[in-house]
Write a protein that binds this ligand. Structure first.
Ligand SMILES: *Cc1c(COP(=O)(O)O)cnc(C)c1O
Length: 419
């Protein structure tokens, strides 16, 4: 297989033109209260470009039919569009083959699928599942449920004051009882990019498989599951500039073959009698019922779009923007950044002295600036840094330095209001 970088067909050598990118996102032209919309909540969900919107409407207008069943032309076209998108996602993650991509509703469902199939099959009493202190709730609760059911232990790798995973602690937790390591690739509340290749090396040295939560990483950097050698990788479509309600799980074929089905129903079977049902092949075994066909097709358009811009351009643009924003926010009196790992991307979590995060969010919203406030579905991270909540500005390929300036101006208003 070629490496992910060689697959990149972005306009290398061309200057990245953020205004040209912005013009593809109709929602960014909105002017709430007469001011330009400054959308800085990309870690919650990203906006959708015209190629994705047009693909969705073209699909419903021209190709809609149920898949994998009809012998008529329209159904075959819908099936081709659906399976074509699977091939695109496989290429995007550099999976060895499209059959290693299972479509899910979102990242949460991808993790639950692994917990309920792989986990229920392999984890028994006193076994251990290892996660980290910076996980999203969707990479905590499915494992808690599993561990409760099986009488197993959830082990949590601590993080440093700057928000880095403590690798030595992780290494010391691995042992014969460890059945899985499940770790976030890039944190949604701190921005930390974890050394996931190293995590996989450490775990595999003990024979322990690894799931990576790529919900954030996948739209900020190229992902190559073969180079990472991970066993599972989950992504969520709505953060990849794609539709809501669709996600993907990468699983190594050998695991997918060995795992029992997730849900029962149509399409996941090869034959059914009341005595015995045999299951369809991988990946269809894990896709019971009529899937979100339009969502899959839209997600295919989204990864095409990302690749057409190219990760080399996206990474560089967001790197410059993060550096600019970090300097600008550090200059705001009384502001403290939470999450200062040297390896981080596109996320600025902060607290402002004497002002609750919710008040920060509410006041900057009156200036047209959309940021997220709260615990970001990572309550243990808030506890780790002894804050009830943070305000979080999170960047995407269409954000600009002007928008960072608008955020900083809006933060000055917060100071005026709260003294
Ligand atoms: C958004 C996010 C999730 C959950 O994604 P859903 O689309 O809600 O399933 C999980 N992990 C991380 C790191 C996230 O940022």
């Amino acid at each position: 297989m070629t490496s992910r970088a060689e697959n990149d067909f972005g306009p290398d050598g061309e200057v990245f033109d953020v205004e040209r990118i912005r013009a593809l996102f109709p929602i960014l032209a909105q002017r709430p209260g007469g001011q330009p919309l400054v959308y800085l909540d990309n870690a919650a969900t990203t906006q959708k470009p015209l190629p994705v919107l047009n693909t969705l409407s073209r699909y419903y207008a021209n190709e809609n039919a149920n898949i994998h069943r009809g012998v008529y032309g329209l159904s075959q076209r819908a099936t081709d569009a659906y399976e074509g998108a699977r091939a695109k996602m496989a290429r995007f993650l550099n999976a060895a083959e499209p059959a290693e991509v299972v479509f899910t509703r979102n990242a949460t469902e991808g993790i639950n699928l692994v917990a309920q199939t792989f986990g229920r099959q392999r984890v028994t009493a006193d076994d251990e599942v290892v996660i980290s202190a910076m996980e999203h709730h969707s990479n905590i609760v499915p494992w808690q449920l599993l561990c409760e059911e099986k009488g197993a232990q959830l082990r949590v790798v601590p993080i440093s004051d700057s928000g880095e995973l403590m690798l030595d602690e992780l290494a010391s937790m691995l042992g014969p009882r460890t059945k899985l390591v499940s770790i976030v690739h890039m944190s949604n509340s701190l921005g930390t990019i974890n050394p996931v290749r190293r995590v996989v090396e450490l775990a595999h040295a003990q024979g322990v498989p690894v799931l990576l939560d790529g919900s954030q990483a996948a739209y900020h950097m190229p992902v190559d599951v073969q180079a990472l050698e991970c066993d599972f990788y989950v992504v969520t479509g709505h953060k990849l500039y794609g539709p809501t309600g669709i996600g993907a799980l990468y699983g190594r074929r050998s695991w997918l073959e060995a795992m029992p089905p997730y849900q029962g129903g149509g399409d996941m079977i090869s034959s059914v009698t009341f005595e015995r049902t045999t299951y369809n092949e991988v990946p269809h075994k894990f896709e019971a019922g009529t899937p979100h066909i339009a969502g899959v097709v839209g997600l295919g358009a989204a990864v095409d779009f990302i690749e057409s811009v190219g990760f080399s351009a996206i990474v560089e643009h967001e790197r410059q923007l993060l550096a600019y924003a970090t300097t600008a926010l550090e200059a705001v009196p009384g502001l403290r950044l939470i999450g200062t790992a040297p390896e981080k991307a596109s996320i600025l979590s902060f607290v402002l002295d004497g002002v609750h995060a919710h008040d920060v969010g509410t006041v900057v919203d009156t200036q047209g600036v959309a940021i997220r406030t709260g615990h970001h579905c990572t309550q243990p991270v808030m506890e780790r840094f002894s804050v009830p909540a943070t305000a979080r500005a999170s960047l995407a390929m269409y954000n600009t330095t002007t928008e960072i300036d608008q955020l900083v101006t809006a933060l000055a208003t917060v100071r005026e209001v709260f003294g």
